[in-house]
Structure formats: structure tokens, C-alpha cells
Ligand binder design. Structure first.
Ligand code: IMP
Length: 200
């Protein structure tokens, strides 16, 4: 069965495909389809955005869809960048400019006040309707400088609890064992499996 991952972000797709590989589905991203309208992520929560992306994409493509919305919440910044993680440094934001802004805002802030957490919400939709939502969270802290070349986004700055290295210094397999996305996907896989059994 075909499953559409409602993203154009190749980094996310790579992680999601790896995490779904034991399910009897073949995953495609939006890059495999023409004319899918961009969905405006104007929700005030990750869940609102994930639900909107999943439902609208499923309605448009008439397919089975998973959509992820994720972000980084930094305690010292009262939960920012949160839902604005992708565009934290403004128009034309890149992973690099976002990371630079975060380091600037946390300059001279001591380790005890650099707590952060990654959150991921995955919504699953079929026939235009959301059939389930799953959430994952990974606690950690923000380092003082960028470290590591793996992963994407804020990975070079995020040191998960109980580790002395950033997500970007881990292999994808290591990150996948503890990441917010893998926890959310474990829940989403149950929703997907239950739904697939309806087709058998
Ligand atoms: P969105 O879910 O596409 O709205 O964007 C989420 C943004 O949060 C990404 O562009 C990244 O900057 C950041 N993000 C989400 N998940 C991760 C992750 O696993 N590692 C690093 N950054 C992430």
C-alpha cells in the first residue's frame, strides 16, 4: 500500500522512511506528486499543523498520508522557537541562520538554563480525515557551539539527556533510538497497522 509522507523536507523523509521500513507500505514524499498545493502552517500548535497537513494532503491526493510537525522548545526562551522552528531567523531562514540566532540568544547563559526539548506530532489521515495523532518528545540541552555533521536543523546544537554529544554527532541509527520523531512514529505505526488491517 502507498503511504504519502506530507513533506518536501528530504531530511525528515529519510528518517521517516527508515523508521517505517518494517511496515507493508511504500513511502513517497510530496516531491513524487505534481501540483500539490503548499499548506500554510499557521496553526498555533504542532498538533494543529500536523492535522492540517495530513487532512488537506489526503483530501487532495485521495491517498493514505502521514504528516509530521516538529520543533525545538527552549526553556530560557519560554518555549521558542517551537512552532516557528523552521523560520526562527526570519524570511529566507536556513538551518545555519537559525542555529546562529539560537546561539546568539543563549550567549553566556549557563548550562543549567540551557534546557530544551524536541517535540514531534504525527497525524495520520485517510480519505481526507485524520484517523489518529501521536506525539514524541526528547529532552536535552543546547550546547555552546555547533558540533557534528549528521542529521539536520538544530541537531548540531542539541545534546540529548544522558549523552555528551549532539544529535549531529550520532549516527542516524543512534538518533533514531531516542528521537522525538521515532517515539511519535512508534505510536503512528500502531495507528497505521490498525488501519491497514481494515483493508485486508
Ligand atoms: P516543520 O516541522 O517542517 O515545520 O519544521 C520543523 C523545524 O524544526 C525543522 O526545519 C528543523 O529546523 C527543526 N527540527 C525538527 N525536527 C528536527 C530534528 O530531528 N533535528 C533537528 N531539527 C529539527
Amino acid at each position: 500500500m502507498k503511504l504519502v509522507v506530507a513533506t518536501r523536507n528530504r531530511d525528515k523523509l529519510k528518517e521517516i522512511k527508515t523508521l517505517l521500513k518494517d511496515l507493508p507500505v511504500k513511502a513517497f514524499s510530496l516531491n513524487s506528486f505534481k501540483g500539490v498545493p503548499d499548506i500554510i502552517e499557521d496553526g498555533s500548535t504542532l498538533e494543529e499543523n500536523a492535522r492540517k497537513k495530513a487532512a488537506q494532503t489526503s483530501r487532495f491526493l485521495k491517498k493514505f498520508v502521514v504528516a509530521d510537525d516538529s520543533g525545538l522548545e527552549v526553556e530560557f526562551l519560554n518555549g521558542d522557537p517551537g512552532v516557528y522552528s523552521a523560520r526562527f531567523s526570519g524570511k529566507g531562514a536556513t538551518y545555519k541562520s537559525n542555529n546562529e540566532k539560537l546561539l546568539r540568544l543563549l550567549k553566556d547563559i549557563p548550562p543549567a538554563k540551557r534546557k530544551a526539548c524536541f517535540k514531534c506530532v504525527i497525524a495520520v489521515a485517510d480519505k481526507g480525515k485524520v484517523i489518529g495523532v501521536s506525539e514524541g518528545k526528547c529532552n536535552g540541552k543546547i550546547g555552546f557551539k555547533s558540533a557534528g555533521d549528521n542529521g539536520f536543523g538544530y541537531d548540531p546544537l542539541f545534546i540529548p539527556d544522558s549523552f555528551k554529544k549532539t544529535f549531529a554527532q550520532m549516527s542516524q541509527a543512534q538518533k533514531n533510538k531516542i528521537s522525538h520523531r521515532s517515539i511519535a512514529l512508534a505510536g503512528a505505526k500502531k495507528i497505521i497497522s490498525n488501519h491497514l488491517s481494515l483493508y485486508l
